[in-house]
Design a protein around this ligand. Structure first.
Ligand code: IMP
Ligand code: MG
Length: 195
């Protein structure tokens, strides 16, 4: 396992993205793409709250494509909130080939959403400039599989507070080393939540 983005880097990226979102939107129905986005969504949502973005409703949609490290067919589950005539903000963990986010966007439009915006924490370099994501977090420079911070390999590693790359040889020895820098302190340069 090799750490790619630390918890502190991720939290500061989330805060940055919340600022970008707030600059363009006052609020929306927020939709998390399950399962991978739930950790990012939880952090981003509180950053959005701090900048005065109004969450009109929160829903989740299940989209599943990956089985192991190789791709599978995309399946999109039933959405659990009403998006008809609503402005929607979709939160995704990673955009790899872009099929999942394309599928989710189509589904939301079909359900009557008037605007569909997307925020993704990670994007592969191949989709960075494809116009699929409005609020982009980290750009991945290679195609290595990543885990942690909600992202899994066959259901594992979601609990890691950081994002790590998996080397093919080392798939079985991924674990936090007991010295995780879980960071509860707000960096001095950030004023914290103004509310
Ligand atoms: P896409 O449809 O090719 O964009 O794939 C996006 C979905 O595949 C994401 O929502 C993830 O659930 C999963 N995925 C793609 N790459 C990775 C990875 O490196 N680690 C964990 N999950 C991934
Ligand atoms: Mg996902």
């Amino acid at each position: 396992m090799k750490e790619l983005f630390s918890e502190v880097e991720i939290l500061s990226q989330a805060e940055h993205l919340a600022g970008q979102i707030r600059a363009r939107m006052d609020g929306a129905v927020v939709i998390g793409v399950l399962k991978g986005s739930f950790v990012f969504l939880a952090d981003l949502l509180r950053d959005l709250g701090c900048v005065g973005f109004v969450v009109e409703d929160l829903g989740f949609v299940r989209a599943k494509r990956y089985r192991g490290v190789s791709g599978g067919e995309l399946r999109i589950g039933r959405l659990d909130v009403d998006v008809r005539d609503k402005v929607v903000l979709v939160i995704e963990d990673i955009v790899d080939r872009g099929e999942t986010i394309r599928g989710v966007k189509e589904e939301l439009k079909a359900l009557g959403a008037v605007e569909v915006w997307v925020c993704a924490l990670l994007l592969r370099h191949s989709v960075w400039d494809k116009g699929l994501v409005d609020f982009r977090g980290f750009r991945l420079t290679d195609d290595k599989f990543v885990v942690g911070y909600g992202l899994d390999l066959d259901g594992k590693y979601r609990e890691l507070p950081f994002i790590a790359t998996l080397e093919k040889e080392g798939l079985s020895d991924v674990q936090a080393d007991g010295d995780c820098p879980r960071n509860r302190e707000i960096p001095a340069e950030s004023g914290g939540c103004a509310l």
